[in-house]
Ligand binder design. Structure first.
Ligand code: ADP
Length: 352
């Protein structure tokens, strides 16, 4: 049950509820906290620090200071620390997956899959970091030599969503740290516990204090502080198009580089010559993975006339076999939606 799962996470030292600034776990400066709920039951799992602009400013300062030492290491030295972080993520697979199921709702099987997937980014970029080669370009004038030298850009602000609480962080932080950048991460307020546990393991792996900072709480305040800062040189964001547009506009004043992964629009198309089993399996995964809460989840399924009846009856049968429930239970294939607002949104869409 949830209590035993929380105990396991706590015993592993991975139940962190404060932000991480300069290698220290800190409360919000005004002492405010926010509740993290288990979407399967509505129970409060923990109260985490509810931070804002002041804590973010300090996290940026710490990342900026650390940039001067972290970026001076060799790629191989950084790679070793990242490799160790990968290994620690993998050796704490169960605790991380439990944490994800508890705060996000996805079934354990999917959560375990996300730990593999999330850790794989750290491994991949630990290896790639050693191969960030420059270029020699044929010159346009005989007495010139043109070369491209790749350098870390500086402090990176990373804002991540709740649907993949670990992987969206490692996918951003892995390449940034590997190249010598330092990071301020703002995880979603719905799923900060996984982010904090992962950050704890980064510290244990020897990623230096200040290279990876985590703040969460008042999203617009934290976002604004990241935007306004002249020390933050890049913003990386995965989330809604509306927020992505705000971040892009906010980055213009200081001319930050911006990488955005925004909302998807994903029809699933089944043609007459499709293999029914493959089509049903594929459509089911596309529509129902993470209870429909991924950016590539199918928003409509278009089926050609000739195969329609056959596909529809096989698809309905497959959907009826899905088991809705608490992700901690082995039989569950569909966990809860993230919160009540998400349930309302589905109801409204359904009625339209
Ligand atoms: P989703 O539809 O995936 O929930 P959001 O864009 O609302 O997408 O959330 C993704 C991330 O963006 C979350 O971490 C959220 O807290 C953050 N966020 C929301 N509003 C802002 C904002 N004004 N500035 C910065 N970050 C924000």
């Amino acid at each position: 049950d949830a209590g035993a799962a929380m105990e396991k996470i706590r015993a592993a030292g991975l139940l962190r509820t404060r932000g991480l600034i300069g290698g220290k776990w800190v409360d919000a400066y005004d002492g405010k906290t926010i509740e993290v709920q288990n979407p399967a039951t509505g129970e409060v799992l923990a109260n985490v620090a509810c931070m804002g602009n002041r804590e973010t400013a300090d996290a940026i300062t710490s990342a900026n200071t650390t940039f001067y030492t972290w970026s001076k290491l060799t790629a191989s030295e950084r790679s070793k620390a990242l490799r160790k972080w990968h290994d620690l993520l993998m050796s704490h697979k169960e605790e991380l997956a439990l944490l994800m199921t508890l705060e996000q709702g996805k079934p354990m099987k999917e959560a375990l899959g996300e730990v593999n997937y999330g850790a794989s980014f750290i491994e991949f970029f630990a290896e790639e970091a050693k191969r960030v080669y420059g270029d020699i370009i044929p010159p346009t004038l005989a007495d010139r030599r043109l070369l491209v030298l790749k350098q870390p850009i500086g402090v990176v602000g990373a804002i991540t969503p709740w649907n993949f609480p670990l992987a969206m962080i490692t996918r951003k932080v892995g390449p940034a740290l590997a190249c010598g950048c330092t990071v301020v991460v703002k995880p979603s307020e719905f799923t900060p516990l996984t982010a904090l546990a992962a950050a704890d393991l980064a510290l244990q792996a020897g990623i230096p204090a200040g290279a990876l900072n985590v703040v969460m709480g008042n999203a617009p305040e934290i976002g604004d502080e990241l935007m306004q800062s002249t020390q933050v040189r890049k913003i990386t964001f995965t989330g809604s198009t509306a927020v992505g547009k705000k971040l892009m506009a906010g980055s213009a004043n200081t001319v930050k580089k911006v990488s955005l992964e925004l909302g998807g629009n994903a029809p699933c198309i089944v043609f007459d010559d499709a293999d029914i089993d493959v089509a049903v399996k594929g459509s089911l995964a596309a529509k129902f993975r993470n209870s429909g809460q991924t950016c590539v989840c199918a928003n409509r399924i278009l089926v050609q006339e000739g195969i329609y009846e056959k596909f529809a009856s096989a698809f309905v049968k497959a959907v009826q076999s899905l088991q809705v429930g608490n992700g901690l239970e082995e039989s569950t294939s569909q966990g809860p939606l993230i919160n009540e607002a998400a349930v309302q949104k589905v109801h409204i869409l359904h009625l339209q």
